[in-house]
Design a protein around this ligand. Structure first.
Ligand code: HPA
Ligand code: ZN
Length: 338
């Protein structure tokens, strides 16, 4: 490991862009398929891994929705979430903001209570047993449209005490943020945090819409914002955090080579990116693997790595006291790290 790779690996950090269903390792998927008597169109863990070869977002999503079909019971959601949290702890994640896709489960007859209940129970155990704090963000599947999102919002009402924010994910192109203005307004009125995937495959106009129409507090991905100088200026002026996912970008062909990853350009433009794993089981690595991939391909400085680590807490939805405590912990680490 290079010095910077171990500096990043050993640092306390937050992960702010993680789809819990995208942390589903094939071994656990097979075990759950067996115990729930669900047929998977694969015969082995090796066959599943071999299928993880994508040329765009949609090819990944097709397999991602298939994978989550084995999640049926509350305990399944607990086990999936617990597996991620123990893995994240090994990467020194001390705060995680986790997405889940309720519509991907409700459509299969899973109850909202079982999905959110299992996830929230694991998050509670992570606080007491692993020292990981967390927030839970419910994402709307943009390809299903706003009517469906509004129905999901209604179904979520009894569980709002377990949910900290709403997001927008799934197939981006053709499903602009402006379509989801009403449901985001409801979530805003209920006091929830607001984020949206934008500028992953979609144009800068979608990032503008996410800012102006949805009033998001954080951009998920945001790579293509760099194509619009006025947008870059606006994101920098707002101090808006971008939850960037390097290995995801490579796997989904958002970039052609890690050497061309926009992280250096984002930092140079005064933006506030942080590093995340997105769907680690599908994209070849957890958060420290994402740092390692960037560091081995790009001329990043120690100051850049420190900035990326600070941004992970700064862009989080931790309350101010917890945020300052986490930043102080990171600073203590950085002053004493070689
Ligand atoms: N983009 C959009 N939707 C998703 C992603 C992503 O990277 N991962 C899971 N759902
Ligand atoms: Zn994502």
């Amino acid at each position: 490991m290079t010095d910077l790779t171990s500096l990043a690996a050993n640092a306390p950090k937050a992960e702010l862009h993680l789809h819990i269903e995208g942390s589903f390792e094939p071994e656990l998927m097979f075990e759950m398929a067996r115990r729930n008597a669900v047929d998977l169109p694969f015969n082995s863990v090796e066959e599943i891994r071999a299928a993880y070869d994508f040329s765009n977002l949609q090819e990944f999503l097709d397999i991602y929705y298939q994978g989550m079909s084995v999640l049926l019971q509350e305990q399944d959601f607990y086990d999936l979430t617990w597996a991620y949290l123990t893995r994240a702890a090994a990467d020194n994640v001390i705060h995680a903001e986790i997405f889940f896709d309720p519509q991907g489960h409700l459509v299969r007859g899973v109850t909202f209570a079982d999905a959110v209940g299992g996830i929230a129970r694991a998050l509670g155990d992570a606080q007491t047993q692993l020292g990981i704090s967390s927030k839970l963000i419910m994402c709307f599947l943009r390809h299903l449209g706003e009517e469906e999102a509004l129905k999901t919002w209604e179904q979520a009402q009894p569980f709002l005490s377990l949910i900290d924010g709403v997001g927008l994910d799934s197939s981006e192109v053709g499903h602009p943020p402006s379509k989801f203005k009403a449901v985001f307004a409801k979530a805003r009125k209920a006091g929830l945090h607001l984020v949206a995937h934008a500028g992953e495959e979609g144009p800068p106009a979608y990032v503008w819409e996410a800012l102006d129409d949805l009033q998001i507090e954080r951009v998920d991905h945001g790579n293509r914002a760099l194509e619009d100088a006025a947008l870059v200026k606006q994101l920098a002026a707002k101090g808006m955090c971008l939850t960037v996912c390097p290995l995801s970008n490579l796997k989904l062909c958002v970039i052609d080579d890690m050497q061309n990853h926009p992280i250096p350009a984002m930092l140079a433009a005064g933006l506030k990116p942080c590093i995340n794993s997105d769907d680690p089981s599908y994209f070849g690595g957890y958060v420290n693997d994402n740092f390692a991939a960037l560091i081995s391909s790009l001329p990043l400085s120690r100051a850049d790595i420190e900035q990326l680590l600070r941004n992970s807490f700064d862009g989080s939805f931790m309350d101010e006291t917890d945020k300052q405590a986490a930043l102080a912990k990171l600073d203590d680490y950085l002053v004493s790290a070689p």
